[in-house]
Design a protein. Sequence first.
Length: 453
Amino acid sequence: MDLKWQFNKLAADASWAQSGQTIIVAVSTGVDSMVLLDLMRQQAKNHHCHLIVAHVNHELRRQSEQEQTYLENYCARYHLTLAVKHWPAADHPAHGIEAAARAFRYHFFSGLMIKYQAQTLMTAHHADDQAETILMKLVRGGLLEQLQGILRRQSFASGQLVRPLLHFSKQQLTDYACQHRIRWFEDETNTSNTVFRNRLRHHVIPALKRENPELLLHIQQYSEQLTQVLQLAEDRTNELLAAIQLPGKGYSVSQWRMLNAVEQQAVLTAIMQRADLPVRKSYLVESSQLLVNRGKPSGQINLANGKALKKAYDSFSISDALKVTENGNPSSEIVVISNQWVRLPHGQAIRLRPVTDFHALGGAHMALQLHAQELPLRVRSARMDDHLRLASGGHKTVRRLLIDHKIGLEKRQSQLVVVTAQDEILWLIGVQRSARPSGYAKPNYELDLKQTD
């Protein structure tokens, strides 16, 4: 069947070219992109579309300038808009140049989408590219969704990214180019067997094609089937996420525990992906262990990029990782000045004032008897091994008090205490007051706390 006829039918079925649309075609001058340009040039003419030809001169090969010149002449001949971007050789990294080049290209394409208010970006990935990509993912390992390979259509920048040639083999494109006398340039780096993709291209895939000439078709069919199954799984996972989501931020630990093991893993994977984090088996295992551990009501699992999954009683979420310390920062101390409001972190202020008449106080106030040697009072970060005097005469650590009051790990790191000049704890702010000894029964001061924001 004629390639051009097949392409035009695919274009019509998918509405790739509609009147008045602006379409960007990424062209490297290889045979695949030159064939795509030829086919889309005719589509644009027939459907009154505006075609933008996007070319990146990577400055990697001696023939790069020849390729750019040829493309300039081609676009001038057919009255096409050409956008060229150079990637200076001085900016090339010593390692990972392929990934860096790809990032550079797509950043350029994204800018063009916005500049020209384009609806579609097209690239010339074909069936052989698809087979290479899926085999690479299979060998290297990773997430199941990566075995979809190259998607035919996906969101990109202000529009969509479409790969119209995924149904066609490299040989079909080469035959079309020869038949229609389309000139193209060969990338000499594609011949080197030092690159894994090239080894697959030159040795593995030809051997598999000899075993089954329908290899490329079957791989594409598997990719499409997997995409459909994963879409169903994503829809179900989104339903589960909505069911366990708490008002505001975070998810319910108890509701997550009610899911089966497969659903639990799917939900954790989706939460990490929503946070733009890599999903690793170790992250999933450690996060699951934390969430199912009823003996540990709070904690965190450090993930990538300075993020962590944090559990605080019946809530868990992903946010910036905390540097968990046993002791607060002793330098973060604030002196409480008599009869003046002193600002504290988190939009609060505190004041110490003398009183003569004592009446019952609570909430944001504390009445207490202080001796001169106990002044000035200070506010500092709480230390987990700090002790607070209890009414029974005993003591309890700050750690235990915070756990008893179900204060989550994140809030513990910013917990403040009011202390005397001798560093005796008077008030675990917002949690519990210290019980003063019997000789301190006549309050002569009052501590007041208020919100300022």
